[in-house]
Design a protein around this ligand. Structure first.
Ligand code: ADP
Length: 496
């Protein structure tokens, strides 16, 4: 973004942030019934950015009623092609406001503009367009029956109903788009609850959804605190499905809250992605890939490659390169074009990450990245590489959600044992393999217990299912599986 574009976008983003932010319920902007608000801060400066309505149970109830009214009203008769047009219009509007949205994301979350403008916002646009294409392609099937009797059978896919969608703060707009687009494409009515740390791009998105002409009540936005607004939605008997991205701990609370009326659940939870580097790998690419995997977005990515397993033959050279990369990362405000890593989102996260590094050092890990002076004003954390880490340490077992890499060496060339080390985790979101040996790659792909396995690169795509094995979650987002998760299958049997 050149200086003039940045200045204009900054102006727009700041004036939007300064407006009075309310809840979008049934197509109208309403204050929280309690009148309560909370503030959102710029993590690079600790300055207050915005004051936002704090929804609670009463607002959640209103939003659920508005969503139900939309389902029984305009959505019931809406043609798939009309839904597709609305989503295309929304994607066009997001694209038209991409610079402003990128700056807003950077102000609220802290990530470098190069990430928000080149990844988050384009990804949000792609996801909306991809799902717009599904509106007209979702259908049931005619079933060839196996048993006796003269009857005909087919299935219909119906929208699951009112969907509460709770998103985290690490990629706020991309996450919001990943949630709302398939749900709206399937004909559901949604209530989006952004994270309290980063509500601004979701608010801007809600304005754009109104401008795009989405039917009243099809898209509702509740800003608020997780334990209040989020919990109220997950407990509400009028909500048919909850989709959630966030911590495994909150995921567990949501499973309990959803039990009352057996809400359908899609949960994208924590991760502790292993990155395996075999001795034959292209080491330049593997080092760069391993570094980017853990240091992008300051490691605040559920699929960040936080455990590195490298063969003893190449371990020292590889880890040295990753540490050099880490030491060379320029930390600073996300608005500064020189910045490669912004602050983490909050003081709580900053302290949590630093606590993990200290616990690793206390348990015998060695820090090989150089100590450096850190700007004390923003919530900055030094990119860190730890060696001498072992399978039982907290830094290796628990999700840190920060720029901290634990590097471990293996000696054996038995792939099953390497996979077993990588699989020694409660999580199973992702795994990465670096090798040029096709047979070893196929072998590891089969052995690794992870929802996504990447070999020598590859990323996130709206068409590729994403989700976790084990405690990394339930279900998949993206792709056909992602949109089908917003439908119920109705089987129809009819005698001749
Ligand atoms: P993190 O720990 O990374 O902040 P969380 O899992 O706490 O992530 O938060 C992700 C999202 O879940 C946020 O929108 C947050 O407000 C929401 N949330 C937090 N606690 C609850 C809860 N008990 N019920 C529902 N949503 C919650």
């Amino acid at each position: 973004m050149d200086a003039a574009t940045l200045a204009t976008a900054l102006d727009k983003a700041r004036s939007f942030a300064a407006t009075q932010h309310r809840l979008l319920i049934g197509g109208r902007w309403l204050e929280a019934q309690s009148g309560r608000t909370f503030d959102s801060y710029n993590p690079a400066t600790r300055e207050k950015l915005a004051t936002v309505a704090a929804a609670d149970e009463a607002d959640a109830d209103l939003a659920v009623r508005a969503a139900r009214a939309a389902l029984d009203g305009p959505l019931a008769t809406q043609k798939p092609s009309d839904r597709a047009k609305l989503l295309w219009r929304l994607a066009d509007l997001v694209e038209a406001h991409a610079d402003e949205l990128a700056v807003l994301e950077t102000l609220d979350n802290g990530k470098p503009l190069s990430e928000s403008r080149n990844f988050d916002i384009p990804h949000a646009i792609e996801v909306i367009r991809y799902n717009a294409g599904w509106c007209t392609k979702l259908s049931g099937e005619t079933i060839a029956l196996s048993g006796p009797g003269n009857w005909h059978a087919y299935t219909i896919r119906e929208p699951v109903g009112v969907v509460a969608q709770i998103v985290p703060w690490n990629s706020p707009l991309a996450m919001a788009a990943t949630k709302i687009a398939p749900a709206l494409a399937a004909g559901c009515a949604v209530i989006l609850k952004p994270a309290e740390q980063t509500p601004l791009t979701a608010l801007r998105l809600a304005h754009l959804a109104l401008e795009a002409g989405l039917p009243e009540g099809a898209f509702n936005l509740l800003t608020g605190i997780g334990e209040e607004a989020g919990a109220a939605l997950t407990e509400h008997p009028g909500v048919d499905k909850v989709t959630f991205t966030g911590s495994t701990e909150v995921g567990r609370a949501i499973i309990r809250a959803a039990a009352g009326n057996f809400k359908r659940l899609t949960l994208e939870l924590g991760g502790k992605t292993p990155v395996i580097v075999l001795p034959d790998a292209d080491l330049d690419k593997a080092a760069m890939g391993a570094a980017r995997s853990i240091f992008t977005n300051a490691g605040q990515i559920c699929n960040a490659g936080s455990r590195l397993y490298a063969h003893a033959k190449i371990f020292d050279g590889l880890v040295e390169r990753v540490a050099e990369y880490a030491d060379g990362i320029t930390l600073g405000s996300g608005l500064d074009p020189a910045t490669r890593m912004g602050p983490v989102v909050s003081q709580e996260q900053q302290q949590r990450i630093q606590g993990y590094v200290e616990s690793g050092l206390e348990q015998g890990a060695k820090r090989i990245t150089k100590p450096r002076a850190i700007d004390q004003k923003g919530y900055f954390v030094q990119p860190t590489v730890l060696t001498d880490t072992t399978a039982s340490m907290r830094v290796v077992r628990e999700e840190i959600f920060g720029p901290v890499l634990c590097a471990m060496r293996f000696d054996e060339s038995e792939l099953t044992q390497i996979a077993a080390q990588a699989n020694d985790s409660d999580y199973g979101l992702g795994a990465v393999v670096w090798t040029n040996d096709l047979s070893a790659a196929h072998h590891l792909v089969r052995k690794l217990k992870a929802g996504t396995v990447r070999v020598n690169g590859g990323g996130l795509d709206p068409a590729l299912p994403f989700g976790g094995f084990k405690q990394s979650g339930w279900g998949r987002e993206n792709g056909r599986a992602g949109i089908e998760a917003y439908t119920e299958i109705k089987s129809v049997a009819m005698a001749f």
